[in-house]
Design a binder for this molecule. Structure first.
Ligand SMILES: [Zn+2]
Length: 485
């Protein structure tokens, strides 16, 4: 994929190809399998496999009884459910999921759809409509509620709603704990907005002795298109339970004779209702979740945890393999950096060029000293300038053959505010190849030179060479100065 030499160490190779190593990959697959089973309706036979405590929580649990290392309720035994228990254990082990609180429950869909309007218009139109929402000709008969959800860096999640009555802003905030996502909070906000509409309307109806529900129309404004789309039906998936409740509450309002509209509003552009809801949601997110509120882990939250766990395990694996657990003997030819995704700028260039980039980055490229070491050449001398040792640093930073191209590279780097390599710098190659802004200039430089290729070599010969190339890690490891142990 990256076109690196076969002698390339596996750690850097996996990292640069943005692959997931086998063990974290297998663990991730098992967790996803458990999550998939969990996301099926409870009536599904596969669910027999999972321990009920995973889904419903353990009501008898003492606070702190379940740590992630003490999951006796999911210990495999002779029970045929042990596979499910193993999977459940995989899902909770190491993940920040509190098994005593249970998980979001999937229900068998009844093909219900939202009994009103869900309106998502282009941004400029949505903005204009939201700004003029109180100027409608029958505004007095409309109840407008703004809703928002928030998740803080601390993990706290909250929902906030606000509405105007007698020209005074009213508000309510809902702390939702830390086992949910913004998506869940947005749905909570919409559901609770409809709840306020029902209860507030009934109260008004009684106190004013009205014959009917006091509003013709209830409008809930949310800045989450994902939540609005979720509320459209009761299909399986994250947020289903809240969608079902939103549909039921909208139906209740409809039965009272009110039309219900869920409307998208662009966020962070100073629309008062939306800004207020956002502030209330953030305040709620910083407060502890009160007793009695749904404390379960949502599917969105578990999904995020599963992804984070895969990243963590992959990172740990890469560090272990690349540096072999010893700080002092760190692989000097290569420095591990975030992110773990494939470098987009390199993905778009011709494959032979990308291949040279990765070979040089990982520190295992075709150089005279490399060929000499694997006995493919009888000298480590530079075949261009005859310097005693042609290694990667020589090619990139010293070789006279590529001086004009190097001047262009350095001027590109300076223009981008990137420090050019100095004699005193220990690993300028690693720094430059790990600087995203430097990648384009480096690719241009490589493209203008034959660095990383053998002299007068065609790409076809190069492929051939790769096939002949054999694993020879020990000799390569000592190629870099300081690597000899
Ligand atoms: Zn040279």
């Amino acid at each position: 994929m990256t076109g690196t030499l076969k002698t390339t160490p596996i750690g850097p190779l996996i990292k640069e190809a943005a692959l997931t190593p086998a063990v974290p990959l297998l663990d991730d697959r098992q967790r996803r399998y458990a999550l998939r089973a969990l996301k099926l309706p409870t009536a599904h036979p596969i669910n027999e496999l999972l321990p009920p405590t995973l889904r419903y929580g353990d009501g008898d649990a003492q606070p702190g009884q379940y740590s992630n290392n003490n999951l006796e309720w999911v210990e495999p035994d002779s029970d045929p459910k042990s596979i499910g228990q193993r999977l459940a254990k995989k899902l909770t082990l190491g993940l920040d999921i509190d098994p005593s609180e249970g998980c979001e429950i999937a229900r068998t869909p009844k093909d219900q759809v939202f009994p009103g309007n869900i309106v998502i218009k282009p941004k400029d139109i949505a903005e204009t409509e939201a700004r003029n929402i109180y100027n409608a000709h029958n505004a007095a008969l409309e109840l407008v509620i703004w809703s928002d959800g928030s998740k803080l860096d601390t993990g706290g999640v909250g929902a906030g709603i606000t509405w105007k009555r007698d020209n005074i802003w009213r508000q309510k905030g809902y702390p939702l704990g830390s086992t949910k996502e913004v998506f869940d909070a947005e749905l909570y906000g919409i559901r609770n907005a409809l709840d306020i509409a029902i209860k507030g309307g009934q109260l008004l109806k009684r106190s004013l002795q009205l014959a009917r529900y006091p509003y013709n129309r209830v409008i809930v404004l949310s800045d989450s298109q994902a939540a609005l789309q979720r509320a459209q039906n009761d299909q399986l998936g994250p947020g289903q339970t809240l969608a079902i409740e939103i549909i039921a509450k909208a139906q209740l309002l409809r039965d009272e004779g009110a039309e219900v509209t869920l409307q998208w509003v662009p966020s962070h552009i100073g629309i008062e209702g939306n800004e207020r809801a956002d502030k209330i949601a953030k305040e709620a997110a910083s407060k502890p979740i009160p007793p009695g509120v749904d404390r379960y882990s949502s599917f969105s939250y578990i999904m995020r945890q599963v992804k984070a766990q895969k990243r963590l395990e992959t990172r740990n694996w890469l560090y272990k393999v690349t540096y072999k657990g010893e700080i002092k003997k760190r692989n000097r030819a290569y420095t591990l950096t975030e992110p773990l995704e494939l470098e987009p700028q390199v993905s778009t260039v011709r494959k032979p060029l990308a291949k040279r980039f990765y070979q040089l980055k990982i520190g295992h490229a075709i150089t005279a000293s490399y060929l000499h070491r694997i006995k493919r050449s009888n000298t480590p001398r530079c075949w261009w300038c005859n310097t005693a040792k042609q290694d990667i640093d020589h090619l990139l930073f010293e070789c006279r053959r590529w001086s004009p191209q190097r001047r262009a590279l350095y001027s590109d780097l300076r223009r981008l505010g990137i420090t050019t390599p100095r004699m005193s710098e220990e690993r300028p190659k690693n720094r430059l190849f790990n600087t995203p802004k430097a990648i384009k200039p480096i690719l241009d430089f490589l493209n203008a030179t034959n660095i990383g290729q053998r002299p007068k070599e065609s790409e076809e010969e190069e492929e051939n060479w790769d096939r002949l190339d054999r694993w020879d890690l020990d000799r390569l490891d000592s190629e870099e100065p300081g690597m000899t142990s």
